[in-house]
Design a binder for this molecule. Structure first.
Ligand code: SAM
Length: 251
């Protein structure tokens, strides 16, 4: 998969060199190219923002550098190839595991990182109508960040780990939170009995030491239901939990 990122803070994307994503890049599974938006300006100060029409606080990103940056990204691809453009924004569709799976099927993504009050709206029209790109605004959550870079890190990590070969144990992907609508069960490692620095001893649930795989699977499923009901009851109805199971939670 190829990923292009346009930002006024390319250094923000440095973590994409680390850990499994960095290894995926070195292994040739992921081709990440980060571009400085200011390289597409033509004035001495490399200006990318200006005051908003209609008044109001803050600055708006100018259309011209964005149009040239998108032109350059498209031109750098194979003839006829088009990236799917993702613009991070608090007013976008929520980023979910389902959307991560969808994006993982794309051969090429291009992220446009807004700053200030966002990007001049005409850039969306240019990308969609003039360049023929699919453009989606995607939100990390119902809160406001300073820029799109943190969202790009999160989205890229969630998408890239789904690409074949990026995660060593592909089975671990299937069992995770949000894959079937339920949160993951609690996990434990050695020792079976652990005494904390304050002197309290806590034991691993005995069923996990029983060797009874059926009982372990039932316990884990029950834990997932209880955890989802407690933390994210909104997820339960659209999850793969059976109707009879939901009745126990009075939902
Ligand atoms: N004025 C904008 C609004 O109310 O929708 C917020 C602009 S925000 C200060 C600057 C940039 O941060 C946005 O253009 C976007 O790139 C990014 N951003 C902020 N919150 C985000 C979120 N929840 N998800 C994704 N990106 C976000």
């Amino acid at each position: 998969m190829r990923i292009d990122v346009v930002s006024i803070f390319p250094e923000y994307l440095a973590p994409l060199d680390l850990s499994l994503i960095g290894k995926a890049r070195r292994d040739g599974l992921l081709d990440v190219r980060v571009h400085q938006l200011r390289d597409f300006t033509h004035d001495r100060h490399q200006t990318v923002d200006d005051t908003p029409y209609g008044g109001g606080a803050g600055m708006v990103m100018k259309p011209q550098p964005w149009a040239e940056a998108l032109d350059a990204v498209v031109a750098s691809g194979d003839a006829g190839a088009r990236p799917r453009v993702i613009v991070p924004g608090p007013g976008g569709m929520p980023f979910t595991q389902a959307l991560a799976r969808e994006l993982a099927e794309e051969p090429w993504l291009a992220f446009a990182c807004g700053r200030y009050e966002g990007i001049d709206e005409r850039v969306y029209g240019y990308a969609a109508d003039d360049l023929g790109l699919r453009v989606d605004v995607v939100s990390l959550g119902d809160y406001v960040l300073n820029g799109g870079e943190v969202a790009v890190l999160a989205i890229t990590e969630a998408v890239a780990r789904l690409l074949p070969g990026v995660i060593g144990n592909a089975e671990s992907l299937v069992e995770e939170s949000h894959e079937d609508g339920l949160l993951e069960y609690p996990v434990f490692t050695k020792p079976a009995s652990w005494t904390s620095p304050t002197g309290t001893t806590r034991d691993v649930p005995p069923v996990l030491l029983s060797g009874d795989h059926g009982a372990i699977a039932r316990w884990r499923h029950q834990q997932r239901l209880e955890r989802t009901a407690a933390r994210r009851p909104d997820l339960l109805h659209s999850s793969q939990a059976a109707d009879g199971e939901l009745a126990a939670y009075d939902l």
